[in-house]
Each structure stands twice: as C-alpha cells, then as structure tokens.
Design a protein around this ligand. Structure first.
Ligand code: HEC
Length: 287
C-alpha cells in the first residue's frame, strides 16, 4: 500500500503541466520493440548501447581504430569553441541557456519533441537557431559550423542521459508527424531506388564501397559528429544529423531535402524514437 501511495504521488507530480508525463503511443512502442528486437537478434553479442558505435560496432579492427582516434579527438578545439559560444552573452546580455529550461546537460534528450501548441516537432538544432535569431545573434549555418560546435558541446554534456522520445498516446497530429518520418525512412528514393532501411536495416554490417554499413539502431546517440570526410571538403569536419541525412540522400542520387523542414524533422523524430532507452554517448569521430 505504501508503494502504491508513493507511485500515485510521483504520477501526480509529473502530471503537473509537464510533457514528460505523456504516455507513449502504443503503436509507436510496438514499432520500437520490433525495431530493437530485430537488431538484438541479428547481433546477439552486442548490448543495446554498443549499437551507438555504428560501423565500428560491426568489426573489431575498426573499433580499435576508432578508439585510438578517440583518445585524442580531432574535434576537441571546435567543441570547446562551441562551449564558449554557448556561454558568451548576446548583445542584450542573455546567453543561449536563457531560451531553454532544465539543466544544459538534459537538452540533448529533451529533443526532438512534440509541441502540441504549434502542432510540430521541435529539434534541438532548430531551437538553438531560433534562440540565436530571437536574440539578434549573427546568422548561423543550418547543419555545420558554429551551430554544430554548440550542439556537439550539448551532446557531450548529455553523455549518459537516456533517449526517450514520446509520441503522446491519443494525439493524432503527433502520430501523423511520426508516421511521415517513418515513411521518409522506409520509402525508396533516388536513381538507386533505395530506402534508409535497405542500407541501415537490411544491409547493416555489410560492406558497401569500402564502408561498413551501420545499424540504424543508435544512429543518433553521438551527433553532431566530426567526420574525416567532411574535414577534407568544405568546412571543418562537423555536421549535424540533418546534414548526414542530406549526405545519405545524395548517396542514392536523390536530391537532399531542406534542413529543418517537416520531412527531415519528422524523420529525426522517428529515427531518434527508435533508439529510445539508449544512452547519449557524447560527440564522436566518424570516417
Ligand atoms: C546506399 C546505402 C545508404 C542509404 C540508402 C542510406 N545510407 Fe546512411 N549511410 C550509408 C553509408 C555508407 C554511411 C557511412 C557508414 C555508416 O555509418 O553506415 C552512412 C551513414 C549514415 C549515418 C551515420 C551513422 C554514424 O554513426 O555516424 C546516419 C545517421 C545515416 N547514414 C542515416 C541514413 C538515413 C536516415 C537514410 C535515409 C534518408 C540513409 N542513411 C540512407 C549508406 C546509406
């Protein structure tokens, strides 16, 4: 009985105006279970958090190379610049933190989230861009540069926080956004006529043009990433998850979509929910 009272008290507390109390849609929970069980049975030697290492989780040699790079990460200075930018006041004296609630270390896992007032999904990157604009900050790029430095700092702060994307039960609009993101993930596209799922579910662990394909489970635990490939091109190597979506669309010769519009934002909502229960692993290196 005592336990029951404690439980009721906890529920009442959470219920006080907090979105965290919303119950997960049962349809979404069924998707998450099926998605995670697929990978768990395909790779029985990996623990849930192991999947966050992407291609490096698929091959021991590659994992050792990854660990060697992470001992002295090539992105440290840029991430430190992100920390500094986060804490430097705008001309009006406010800092980025003033746009958010909850500790800075929880921000990565507060997003992506459903906003029932606007009827849209919000992502952390878009919220940082909005905050910058609202406070008269200098314009930032949408998927790399300063934005990626700042949000990689937030990802690093969030190390160990658990992903828990909620699509509220009974909210038809939220479910529709989730389903649009799900469709974006499973629809074939481009001249190669391949879906995200074809490569990152059906072929996870297989090799393609010198790369090992990562499992879609755990895809988002470490973004923005610093990639050797991006460092060789324009920019400094950093990119957000939506920059990566664009790159993967190009791989199948499909036109990338615009960042922070509903297709990619809803994809991020679906894609992140599939990794519910996994820990944020902090900013990581990728080839
Ligand atoms: C032709 C196969 C192919 C398709 C289709 C494809 N990707 Fe990829 N993707 C790759 C390759 C190759 C890489 C680099 C190696 C890796 O991490 O899998 C990659 C990397 C990624 C990564 C980075 C993983 C990490 O840990 O760094 C993400 C995230 C990702 N893809 C998401 C997607 C999404 C979402 C879609 C659909 C919009 C998609 N991909 C479609 C081939 C593909």
């Amino acid at each position: 009985m005592k336990k029951l009272i404690v439980t009721f008290a906890a529920v009442a507390l959470l219920g006080a105006g907090s979105a965290i109390s919303a119950q997960q849609s049962s349809a979404v929970q069924a998707d998450i279970d099926a998605f995670q069980n697929h990978f768990k049975s395909k790779f029985p030697n990996l623990s849930l958090n192991d999947f966050s290492k992407g291609p490096y989780a698929m091959n021991e040699d590659k994992f050792m190379q990854f660990e060697a790079v992470m001992e002295m990460p090539p992105f440290e200075d840029l991430r430190d610049a992100g920390e500094k930018a986060w804490n430097t006041p705008f001309a009006n004296g406010k800092t980025f933190s003033s746009c958010f609630s909850g500790g800075d270390e929880t921000l990565r896992v507060q997003y992506p989230r459903w906003n029932s007032t606007s009827g849209k999904v919000e992502t952390l990157e878009k919220a940082v861009l909005n905050c910058n604009k609202a406070n008269g900050g200098k314009k930032m790029k949408s998927g790399k540069g300063k934005l990626a430095h700042i949000t990689s700092y937030l990802t690093t702060l969030a190390e160990g926080q658990v992903i828990n994307v909620i699509v509220p039960e009974g909210d038809a609009k939220a479910l529709a956004a989730y389903n649009q993101g799900k469709n974006e993930f499973y629809a074939k596209r481009g001249q190669l006529n391949l879906s995200c799922a074809n490569c990152h579910i059906d072929s996870a662990g297989k090799r393609i043009r010198g790369n090992t394909l990562s499992p879609a489970l755990g895809h988002i635990t470490h973004f923005p990433v610093w990639r050797g490939k991006w460092a060789k091109k324009k920019g400094d190597g950093f990119g957000t998850i939506q920059r990566r979506y664009g790159g993967c669309n190009k791989q199948v010769r499909a036109k990338p979509r615009k960042r922070h519009q509903s297709e990619y934002t809803n994809l991020e909502f679906f894609h992140t929910a599939m990794s519910n229960g996994m820990e944020i692993s902090g900013t990581e290196y990728r080839e």
